[in-house]
Ligand binder design. Structure first.
Ligand code: PLP
Length: 445
């Protein structure tokens, strides 16, 4: 291990190393030749798995043709234009226009800036605030981490930036947020009543948007109760607040539909962020979408000020866009969306069987994204100190050849590549069940 490498999102004093040297299909291989199922698609991103020759060839061809081609000041290339058209067709944002970046974080930063640009363009300089939720993850750059609702990503980093005007509201996490014996619907009504009170006290005219992951991924795979999104979006509409769907994890088939907002009952977002599975992680790329009329207002504003002063060197990198186009073609051509929906039904049904296990508090998910929340006490829902229970299961799963991730403290997340088969799901379930049983035996010995 080199001492000159700073690992991202890691306890820098307790690094558990695992050198990955290869991958094929849903599997990766370590430097000792041991094979693992990549149960989290890397970091929720390798939708088509590893070693996809078509994507490798597409990237190589694009690089040979023009190793770099950009979009500044009117330069353009076919892959960017075609990918924008494809996304316009696919995204449920009304008459969507898209802007490219490199990561989910920079995509969210872009939309924070576009909200401000729009406010100026339309003569509403006060309409800049954004409501974000607790326990949310929207990325790690300065604006995106300010939106994120996890103290570890803000504390000691000088965040959130107050000038961004970010307001915080409840996470729709019934299992951890339920008060007394309230039902799911009562829980939803309570947290949305708090939201409405907050909107009214801030002044609806000062609030531009509400950002949400349709299913919160990195902080525990939180699946909102069924009534939450329809009621939330109706409330936002009442006050003219945009719904911003952060689909960095849930986009492109993950939840059983092309976009998670459709699965969760918020089918017409005004803004959308995508990345990760857009290229199946074969090349970094993000695409954010705004409604057509928002784009039109930007054009007007640009007419006044002379420039749209935002863009990354790699906004619309030609290789990234070529890989994105090919990825979307493969998803449709090879029935990957359909496979994710069908295999997702099986994954959820199989994982649900663990709900009775003495170490399992809750099993939740949609499509091919799920979590099993490990608890020390099923009655009180108390977690193990220091995440011990979940981390133990994680370690045994790894020994069994299954890579998972502990999210939100004690929720073991599943997010396998969308090319998975029923037999491979059975294998995940066997490996995971054994890891749970071994951990329970150790903890009760
Ligand atoms: N938004 C969501 C919902 C995410 O889950 C993530 C990353 O996991 C991001 C944004 C940030 O994406 P990136 O890590 O590519 O910057």
């Amino acid at each position: 291990m080199t001492s000159h490498l700073i690992y991202p999102s890691t306890n820098l004093n307790a690094i558990e190393q695992l050198e990955i040297v290869g991958g094929e299909g849903i599997y990766v291989v370590d430097s000792n030749g041991k094979q693992y199922i990549e149960g989290l698609s890397g970091l929720w991103c390798t939708g088509l798995g590893y070693g996809n020759e078509e994507l490798v060839e597409t990237a190589a061809r694009a690089m040979k043709q023009a190793s770099f081609s950009h979009l500044f000041a009117g330069k353009f290339h076919r892959p960017a234009v075609e990918l924008a058209e494809k996304l316009h067709e696919l995204m449920p944002v009304n008459n969507a226009s898209v802007f490219f970046g490199n990561s989910g974080s920079d995509g969210n930063d872009t939309l924070v800036k576009l909200i401000n640009y729009y406010a100026d363009a339309t003569g509403q300089p006060q309409r800049r605030k954004i409501i974000a939720r607790e326990r949310s993850y929207h990325g790690i750059t300065v604006a995106a981490a300010s939106l994120t609702g996890l103290p570890a990503n803000q504390k000691h980093f000088g965040l959130p930036v107050d000038a961004l005007g970010i307001l915080r509201t409840h996470a729709p996490h019934y299992y951890r947020g339920q008060q007394g014996s309230e039902s799911e619907d009562q829980f939803v009504d309570r947290i949305l009543a708090d939201l409405e009170a907050q909107i009214l006290s801030e002044g609806p005219e000062t609030i531009a948007a509400f950002i949400a992951e349709p299913i919160t991924g990195a902080s525990g795979v939180i699946v909102a109760p069924e009534s939450y999104y329809p009621k939330l979006t109706a409330l936002l509409k009442k006050y003219g607040i945009w719904f911003w769907s952060d689909e960095v994890i849930t986009g492109f088939g993950r939840t059983g539909n092309v976009f998670g907002c459709t699965t969760m009952g918020a089918p017409e977002p005004d803004l959308m962020t995508t990345a990760k599975q857009l290229t199946s992680a074969y090349f970094p790329l993000s695409a954010v979408a705004v409604r057509g009329d928002i784009h039109a207002a930007m054009l007007e504003q640009c007419g006044q000020v002379g420039i749209f002063g935002h863009g990354y060197t790699y906004s619309g990198h030609s290789t990234a866009c070529a890989v994105g186009l090919k990825t979307l073609e493969i998803y449709q051509r090879d029935g990957i969306y359909q496979n994710a929906a069908e295999r997702g039904v099986k994954l959820q049904a199989e994982l649900a069987k663990f709900a009775d296990h003495p170490m399992v508090g809750e099993v939740r998910g949609k499509g091919l994204i799920a979590a099993v929340e490990v608890v020390a006490n099923k009655e009180t829902r108390a977690e193990f100190a220091g995440g011990d229970g979940a981390n133990r299961v994680l370690k045994h799963a790894q020994d069994n050849g299954l890579l998972l991730r502990n999210t939100g403290g004690s929720a073991l997340a599943f997010c396998p590549p969308m090319i998975i088969t029923d037999e491979q799901i059975d294998d995940i379930i066997d490996k995971f069940g054994d890891a749970l049983d071994k951990s329970f035996a150790e903890l009760t010995a």
